[in-house]
Design a protein around this ligand. Structure first.
Ligand SMILES: [Zn+2]
Ligand SMILES: [Zn+2]
Length: 263
């Protein structure tokens, strides 16, 4: 399984990164590559096209319905519906929280009789029902944010030994909660948001993690590696990584656009 950071800017696109979008890929026994997007936030459809044909994405996993996590599904709908190559594919599965279909149609501004569902097959997350996508399995875990929100555990074959299963856990947006520790438990990589800064935002609860809170969750769950993301343009990523290193003994890094992590 491999992760490519498409966009990692928190809350809105920054000068050097789109908002949240992560491409997770794995190859099956027949050699076919399967591709899942964790979120498709504002600005992310642009750099995504440098990585693959967006029509080859097999599933989109939405953590929640804030624009920095889903806005570019509007552009992806246009791409799928109107690209002139005449290629036909089944509607792209889009897994998300309750309200996803309505939110997409509001964001796009569908006209009477127009349904985004002819291109996008919206399916609601059910924590009791993991979603298989080729050799990958997506399991949503409810987290703590002002709107219904999930992190996603992605299990799949290790790059160096496909018989071995590895786990990538993505927090989406959340404050500290049991769900984040559940996500981190046994994860080979915890891809965690760290939008807030200790001493500046930490009194605000129920919205975001700080680097320290992300580190505490990684430590509590025994995650093998921590990759901090969703750092807004007004923060320095070094501040988040330094906070995490105070409480988490494993490797800590900050996500960058184009970064590839092989698990
Ligand atoms: Zn966000
Ligand atoms: Zn959010």
């Amino acid at each position: 399984m491999r992760l490519t950071v498409v966009g990692c800017a928190g809350s809105f696109p920054g000068p050097s990164s789109a908002a949240s979008c992560y491409l997770v890929q794995a190859d099956d026994d027949a050699g076919r590559t399967w591709s899942v997007l964790l979120d498709l936030g504002s600005g992310a459809l642009g750099p995504l096209q440098a990585l693959l044909d967006p029509a080859d994405v097999d599933a989109v996993a939405l953590s929640h319905l804030h624009p920095d996590h889903m806005a570019d599904l509007c552009g992806l709908y246009v791409y799928l519906k109107y690209r002139p190559d005449g290629r036909v594919r089944d509607p792209l599965p889009v897994h998300g929280p309750v309200g996803t279909e309505r939110r997409l149609e509001e964001a796009y501004g569908t006209e009477a009789g127009e349904r985004l569902t002819d291109q996008l097959a919206v399916r609601l997350w059910d924590p009791e029902a993991p979603v298989p996508v080729g050799p990958l399995t997506l399991t949503p875990v409810a987290v703590h944010h002002p709107v219904p929100a999930f992190g996603v555990r992605v299990e799949g074959p290790a790059e160096d030994d496909p018989a071995r299963t590895v786990v990538l856990a993505y927090t989406g947006d959340t404050d500290a909660c049991d769900g984040v520790v559940t996500l981190a438990t046994g994860a080979d990589l915890l891809l965690s948001e760290a939008a807030f800064v200790e001493g500046r935002d930490d009194a605000v609860r129920g919205i975001h993690l700080t680097g320290r809170r992300a580190g505490e969750a990684a430590a509590a769950g025994g995650a093998r590696r921590l990759l901090l993301t969703h750092v807004p343009a007004w923060n320095a990523p070094d501040v988040a990584t330094a906070e995490a290193r105070e409480v988490y003994p494993g490797p800590v890094d900050a996500a960058r656009p184009g970064m590839v992590v092989r698990l």
